[in-house]
Design a protein around this ligand. Structure first.
Ligand code: NAD
Length: 289
C-alpha cells in the first residue's frame, strides 16, 4: 500500500519503520527533523498526495485538527485517514466528519502498548469508524500490532482508550495505597502480593505491573521507576477522560480523584519523567492527614 505517515515521534517512527520493513511504500512527514529509512516529504500535503492510507501519530487533538485541515483536501477520494494518536473524543469525531464530507474514510485507532509495543509491532489498536475501512487496514494493524478491536462508530476507539486508562489510573493508585497501608500495618509486601494477586483485589496493576520493587514480574519499579508509562502520559489520558465525562454528563468521582492526584504528582511534585507506578514511593513517604 502507498502510505503517508505523519508524526514520526517516539511512537510514530517505529510504527512507520515496521510498515516500510514489511514492504509498504511509506512516505513520512514531521515538523521536526527525523532520520528515517524511508523517504520524507517536504510538507504534510505532499506526503499524502496519492496515498491510499494517511496515518497520523500526533501529540493531541488540537494538532490533529490542524493537520487534518491541511491533508484532507490533499487526499484522493476514497483514501483512508487513520489517526492513531490519543486525542479527545470530540476532535476524533470532528475530524472523521470533515474527512467524510471530503469523500474520505476516517478511522480513529489509538493504541496501548507504549514505545516497546511500537518498536516490537505488538500494539493493541482500539478502532472507531466503518467496518469496511477497518477490514482494509487490517493487514497494517497486523504489522504494527498484535490485536485490533473494532469498537463501533467514529470516536469509539478514543472512548475505549480513555475508559481503559481511567480504570488503570485509579487501580494503580489504590494498589499503591494498599502497599503503603500494608507497610504501616507490618504486613510483608511479598505476602500481600501473594494474597491479593490470587484474590478478589487482583488487577493488571498488581499482577502484571506491580508497583513494589522486587515483587511480582519485572516492572518499572525494578528499574528505579524509569518509564514504562510515564506519569504525565497517564495525566494526559485522565484529563481526556474527565473532558469526555463532562461533555457526556457522566459521574466519574474516582476518575476525577485520580486525575487530581496525578496532576499534583506531575505538576507540583517529582512525578514528571517517572513511571506512573512511582505513586507508591510518593504515598509511602506521606501520612494519613
Ligand atoms: P511524540 O511527541 O514523541 O511524537 C509526536 C510527533 O508529532 C513529534 O515528532 C512532533 O514533532 C510531531 N508533530 C507535532 N506537530 C506536528 C505537525 N503539525 N505535523 C507533523 N508532525 C507534527 O509523542 P509520542 O510518544 O510518539 O505519542 C504520539 C501519540 O501517541 C500521542 O497522542 C500519545 O498520547 C499517544 N501514545 C503514546 C504512548 C507512549 O508511550 N509514548 C503510548 C500510547 C499512546
Amino acid at each position: 500500500m502507498k502510505i503517508a505517515f505523519i508524526g514520526l515521534g517516539n511512537m510514530g517512527l517505529p510504527m512507520a519503520v515496521n510498515l516500510a520493513r514489511a514492504g509498504h511504500d511509506v512516505t513520512g512527514f514531521d515538523t521536526q527533523p527525523v532520520e528515517a529509512p524511508f523517504p520524507l516529504a517536504a510538507s504534510a500535503e505532499k506526503a499524502v498526495s496519492g496515498a491510499e492510507v494517511a496515518i497520523t501519530m500526533l501529540p493531541d487533538g488540537r494538532i490533529l485538527r490542524a493537520v487534518a485541515d491541511r491533508i484532507v483536501p490533499a487526499m484522493g477520494a476514497g483514501a483512508i485517514l487513520l489517526d492513531c494518536s490519543t486525542v479527545d473524543v470530540e476532535s476524533a469525531r470532528a475530524v472523521a466528519a470533515q474527512a467524510r464530507e471530503a469523500g474520505l474514510v476516517a478511522l480513529d485507532a489509538p493504541v496501548s502498548g507504549g514505545i516497546g509495543g511500537a518498536k516490537g509491532g505488538t500494539l493493541t489498536f482500539m478502532v472507531g469508524g466503518g467496518e469496511e475501512a477497518f477490514a482494509t487496514v487490517g493487514p497494517l494493524f497486523e504489522i504494527m500490532g498484535r490485536k485490533a478491536v473494532h469498537c463501533g462508530g467514529a470516536g469509539n476507539g478514543q472512548a475505549a482508550k480513555i475508559c481503559n486508562n481511567m480504570i488503570l489510573g485509579a487501580t494503580m493508585i489504590v494498589t499503591c495505597e494498599a502497599f503503603a497501608l500494608a507497610d504501616k500495618l507490618g504486613l510483608d509486601r511479598q505476602a500481600m502480593f501473594d494474597v491479593v494477586s490470587t484474590s478478589s483485589g487482583y488487577s493488571w496493576s498488581m499482577n502484571a505491573y506491580c508497583p513494589a520493587p522486587g515483587i511480582g514480574p519485572e516492572s518499572p519499579a525494578d528499574d528505579g521507576y524509569r518509564p514504562g508509562f510515564a506519569a504525565e502520559l497517564m495525566l494526559k489520558d485522565l484529563r481526556l477522560a474527565m473532558d469526555a465525562a463532562r461533555a457526556a454528563d457522566a459521574d466519574t468521582p474516582l476518575g476525577r480523584a485520580a486525575r487530581d492526584l496525578y496532576e499534583t504528582f506531575v505538576e507540583d511534585e517529582d512525578g514528571r519523567g517517572r513511571d506512573f507506578s512511582a505513586m507508591l514511593p510518593r504515598l509511602v513517604a506521606r501520612g494519613h492527614g
